[in-house]
Ligand binder design. Structure first.
Ligand SMILES: Nc1ncnc2c1ncn2[C@@H]1O[C@H](COP(=O)(O)OP(=O)(O)OP(=O)(O)O)[C@@H](O)[C@H]1O
Length: 236
């Protein structure tokens, strides 16, 4: 059984059909990437998995249970956390306060303290900046904070929407390294990226989306070697 199964999913914004009969699955322990141009429907899929949008038709199953009718907090409680595109940290709050917001569903204080420790080990810069307002962080640090905040909920499945967006090459390398390490430590990952080459090189499997439809799928290596992917995404 797949950890997450998206089955024949269609999502509309009014009359705009953003996602059309999309099906894919994520197995426990995998990094799966969805790649595609602007407007392909990637963010819409992520928002629908995390309960922020409702499908027009189709179903989403998580660990065998249908979740597409559940609320966003119920989905976080079930073990799925999202890091939204553009990060959306709370700019007027400190780093520590932002992390606290990520633990809003955690009742066990000892467990929360342990999670802080793990986050600070993973992102030492956040510990260094813990009393600073989040607005004063660099773009890369804000991305780390957004990831750290999502990890405070101890997700089994982490949804990352364009984590490399707007970052300098050095930070992009760092973020991809962290994603790989998180996965090696047991977090299953859905990675949405425009940075197709890097996403496919760390992904077990990938799906290529165009105008709301899955056009290609395969292992990360197969898609990297695919002439069509090379032409469209890597410039030939
Ligand atoms: N709130 C909205 N209202 C109306 N249409 C929307 C809305 N959000 C997205 N869309 C449309 O839905 C389609 C899919 O958008 P989506 O943001 O899911 O694509 P994406 O692949 O994530 O693109 P990007 O890489 O630019 O974030 C696009 O045609 C977009 O214009």
């Amino acid at each position: 059984m797949a950890m997450l199964e998206v089955r024949d999913l269609s999502v509309n914004y009014g009359v705009i059909q953003a996602v059309k009969n999309v099906s894919f699955e994520i197995n426990q322990g995998e990094i799966v990437t969805l790649i595609g141009a602007n407007g392909a429907g990637k963010s819409t899929i992520v928002k629908t998995i995390s309960g922020l949008l409702k499908p027009k038709s189709g179903q989403i199953f998580y660990l065998g249970k249908e979740i597409d009718h559940k609320s966003a907090p119920q989905i976080v409680s079930a073990g799925i956390s999202q890091v939204a595109e553009g990060r959306h940290i709370f700019a007027g709050m400190t780093v520590m306060e932002n992390l606290q917001m990520g633990a809003f569903l955690q009742k066990n204080h000892d467990e929360v303290s342990k999670t802080y420790k793990e986050i600070f080990e993973r992102f030492p810069i956040l510990q260094k900046r813990r009393s600073q307002d989040a607005a004063t962080l660099s773009g890369g640090e804000q991305q780390m904070l957004a990831m750290g905040r999502a990890l405070m909920a101890k997700p089994k499945l982490l949804l990352l929407d364009e984590p490399s967006m707007g970052l300098s090459p050095l930070y992009i390398q760092e973020i991809f390294k962290i994603i790989k390490e998180l996965n090696e430590k047991g977090t299953t990952i859905l990675l949405i990226e425009q940075n197709a080459k890097q996403a496919l090189s760390i992904a077990d499997r990938g799906y290529v989306l165009a105008t709301g439809v899955v056009q290609l799928s395969g292992t990360g290596q197969e898609l990297l070697a695919n002439p069509e992917v090379q032409k469209v995404y890597f410039g030939g």
